[in-house]
Design a protein around this ligand. Sequence first.
Ligand code: BES
Ligand code: MN
Ligand code: ZN
Length: 502
Amino acid sequence: MKFAFSEISLPKRGSLAVPVYADNSFSPMTKEVDDLTGGVLSRALETSRFKGKKGDLLEILAPNGLDVSRVVLFGMGESEKIGQTDLEDLGGRLVQKLNSSGARNVTVILDGLGECAVKDSDAAAFVAFGAKLAAYRFTRYKTEDDPAAEPSLVRMTVACKTSAGARKTFIDLEAVAEGVFMTRDLVSEPANTLHPETFAERCKELTDLGVEVEILDEDKMRRLGMGALLGVGQGSVRESQMVIMRWNGASGKKSARKPIAFVGKGVCFDTGGISLKPGPGMEEMKWDMGGAGTVTGLMKALAGRKAKVNVVGVIGLVENMPDGNAQRPGDIVTAMSGTTIEILNTDAEGRLVLADALYYTQDRFEPEIMIDLATLTGAIIISLGHENAGLFSNDDALADKIYQAGTRVGEGVWRLPMSDKYAEQVKSPIADLQNIGTGGRGAGSIVAAEFLKKFVGDTPWAHIDIAGMAWSKKDTPTVPKGGTGYGVRLLDRFVRDNYEGK
Ligand code: BES
Ligand code: MN
Ligand code: ZN
């Protein structure tokens, strides 16, 4: 789908979308359209439940007195209450509506914003951004066209007062969307085609954008002593990999600054290993690489918009399989840090992968801050469902920055506590650590975070448990079902607001 921005005027063809504010009050352009059609809009509203609320949509086909094939009225609510995510959702809803009714081109008129806190050019860009996010589809494996499911919409023009500004703002947003799409593509890809080595190949594509990509194979990781990560992958016929992606976008004095680091769990398939998972639903574990997918998409977004920051992304890629050579419950492995870990459940594998990835990242890069993302625990879905990711941190200021960024872009996080009491649970009687807690199912997500904390040294660090967020079974306005790309927008915002200066 293509996007354009124009000055405010009525289109000669295609579809037209115009705003209606709270209690069905018309914007100047909506009023003009109503007059041109001899009051069709007003009459349509009289017989409808449409009230001009956010999310309300009403389609009027072949209106008399206009050249366009349809007019879609969209509710905006009260203009002073409109924020970024409302505008994105509007873009997404329009795409869904127009695709289902077979429109090809649409002009969205954004006038009458009045008291809206988002400036005009940004507002238009956010509508287009939401539309772009909504228009994503994962079609690689569809060999037959289903005409009914084919999206009809090919072009959206957003008309606003300051279209040049909107066009400029949209350039960066489009780069972010491309990052989100890379994450969605990776997360939706099945594990027979996306295993550690093919995932690493996909990362290599980022070199085109100026990202330096380095791949550690099993030999290199063995020499580095990454026994925790390698133990997880040892039952798989696929080689484990670690990928290091670096984007050095800072200039001037800042270019010498330490990087900020993102680390991702990349379990390309999680059967549970010898502690085998139950069969039903196991197909979902193809997206157990969601953390690595987000880190990769984030690198694409940051490089794509040439972010003025030095960033390193590190992902640990493995496949967790049962096998004659697989790791057993009771095995003891030695992590790169030298810490010994008793494996009491081979299904608690994400923390083992991250143990080495986190330790390696802080040891090699001494980052200013380090954030990991992982589909780490089923327990976080019990705690927070699919509305917020779990946030854990050893640094209040860092946690707060992540929370603020999440609120702004509508990718929520909610912080859970950490303390030495929880950390007690991962002490092993015969090794330094054990990979599951002693407290049964209680506080499983926190105990997992305490385990990770053992490998971050004194680096300001945050862990985001995205098990409830990486995949969605239902469509929302800007996120079609499947891989969501959660975290790319959140961390792009986090970087922009805190590390790029003015
Ligand atoms: N990948 C899973 C967590 C998960 C579960 C993600 C459901 C998404 C949906 C993780 O490797 C795992 O198996 N965790 C165990 C930990 C337990 C053995 C301590 C869990 O959550 O049950
Ligand atoms: Mn597991
Ligand atoms: Zn897992």
